[in-house]
Write a protein that binds this ligand. Structure first.
Ligand code: UDX
Length: 446
């Protein structure tokens, strides 16, 4: 391990769980390489400093009490960025004055784009951190063209058709394919605010996304460090905003090996009452044991599980567990878990792949649709759940956990887990990329 303690890294995190977790993991990895780490974060969804004694924390006081997912998302981000900018700039200007021998590099979440402006103003090097898949970006970058050609929002008869030049994506796999024109314009405006950085750190693995990464390197013409999966590299304690219910582990201990379907839609996705009922009866009718995370507020209009159908909890007694939030990485590592029904957020995808757990893919929005297509069609470690209907759900669970088809998928998932391990070992792609990143940071690219 080199000692780069003269070099101080300021990691600017965003207040979303799926972004905060890998950012803290990145901090842990770079700290183990000898850098001193400051996590600059919003007051909204702050990380718990007592879980990370190795970091310094810099709270930036935004005015938000909660993430406004229903309103104007771009406006929310714009205000968040605006509120934080001068605070970070002021703090870093002071740090530069007080610690003349400290060299600072800013690493920022791509949606915390204000940090790039601060870096420019203070003449500091900055690097963008991307916590979504690489395969998502070409699809996102293609949206303006498809919109101009009148192909978005996607018409029903086009959903199964392949998107020209975006193999293997179908129109249904495009991010924001059915959103209103208003929201769509917002998402494109957001892309314009994120300027081309001097380097990108990507939480991904070369063997998973080799051809897309090659394409992106050509497109950006800047260093791209693919150093994932961070969930396997960092020894972080909990990074959850919600309390993790660890009772699930003793419950899992009592289940047969590879018998349980674990169900979670991450930290943002929501469902309506009908979808909740179909999911509930699908799980009950599958006759397999299940662990189902229903996040408080994730069912539209409810606090928690008050909309679960009558008789459901009695029906599943002893066979199913419904909890608010669990230690997901521990759950996926448990021998009783045979499959993961996921919304295919990128962290969940990487965590499942790293543990060799085959998936049922039911994306809800954004990059999840692209990830799901890669999981089921390219990497072939997941089954696509076409419809959220109880019979279709039963069929998918039984195909994955009971049928021969599931055994084949599991074999591929185990092979993939091994490949992940190799990429992290000495000489592996992520191992090398991380060393290249360290070199890059040390060489000061202002
Ligand atoms: C968001 C986006 O939706 C996702 O698509 C994007 O790639 C990253 O940002 P989110 O929807 O929360 O993230 O999904 P995901 O990326 O899978 O992150 C969820 C995280 O929460 C995972 O690290 C998972 O381990 C954790 N989690 C989830 C728990 O620890 N416990 C739970 O009960 C559920």
């Amino acid at each position: 391990m080199g000692d780069h303690r003269g070099k101080s890294l300021v990691l600017v995190a965003s207040p979303f769980q799926g972004h905060m977790t890998p950012m803290l993991q990145l901090g842990g990895v770079l700290h183990s390489k000898g850098f001193s780490i400051t996590i600059a974060h919003t007051k909204l969804n702050s990380p718990d400093p007592s879980n990370h004694p190795e970091f310094a924390f810099l709270p930036l006081f935004d005015k938000f009490l909660a993430i406004d997912a229903s309103g104007n998302f771009t406006k929310f981000l714009e205000e968040l960025n605006e509120n934080c900018k001068m605070q970070l700039q002021h703090h870093l200007a002071q740090k530069i004055t007080n610690e003349v021998n400290q060299k600072i590099t800013i690493i920022h979440d791509n949606i915390m784009y204000f940090a790039e402006e601060v870096a420019r103003n203070l003449n500091l090097p900055s690097i963008v951190f991307r916590s979504c898949s690489a395969c998502y970006l070409p699809a996102y970058l293609k949206l303006p063209q498809l919109h101009a050609e009148g192909l978005l929002p996607v018409k029903d008869y086009m959903l199964q058709k392949l998107v020209p030049e975006l193999h293997p994506l179908r129109f249904k796999d495009l991010p924001f394919n059915n959103t209103s024109t208003e929201l769509f314009k917002e998402m494109l405006a957001l892309a314009e605010r994120i300027r081309t950085p001097s380097a990108i750190i990507w939480n991904t693995i070369d063997f998973l996304e080799h051809s897309v990464l090659t394409q992106l390197r050509k497109h950006y013409k800047i260093p791209i460090f693919d150093i994932g999966p961070l969930n396997e590299m960092a020894r972080c304690s909990s990074t959850s905003f919600l309390e993790e219910d660890t009772n699930c582990i003793s419950w899992l201990d009592k289940q047969a090996p590879r018998s349980v379907i674990y169900v979670s839609l991450g930290s943002l996705a929501t469902m309506d009452e009908t979808e909740l009922a179909e999911t509930a009866w699908g799980l009950a009718d599958s006759k397999q044991p299940f662990l189902w995370v229903v996040r408080p507020g994730s069912v539209n209009g409810s606090e928690w599980i008050e909309f679960l159908p009558d008789g459901f909890m009695e029906e599943i007694k002893g066979r199913g567990l419904v909890l608010k939030w669990v230690p997901q990485k521990q759950v996926l590592a448990h021998a009783a878990v045979g499959g993961f029904w996921s919304h295919c957020g990128w962290n969940s995808t990487l965590e499942s792949i790293s543990k060799g757990v085959p998936m049922i893919c039911r994306p809800v929005m954004g990059d999840q649709c692209v990830n799901a297509r890669y999981l089921s069609f390219i990497w072939r470690v997941g089954l696509e759940l076409e419809y959220l209907e109880r019979k279709v759900i039963v069929n998918a669970i039984r195909r994955l956990l009971v049928d021969d088809e599931g055994k084949e998928i599991r074999k591929r998932a185990i092979t993939m887990k091994e490949k992940v391990k190799y990429s992290l070992c000495k000489g592996g792609s992520s191992f090398n990329s991380l060393n290249d990143l360290v070199e890059y940071i040390v060489q000061d690219h202002t």
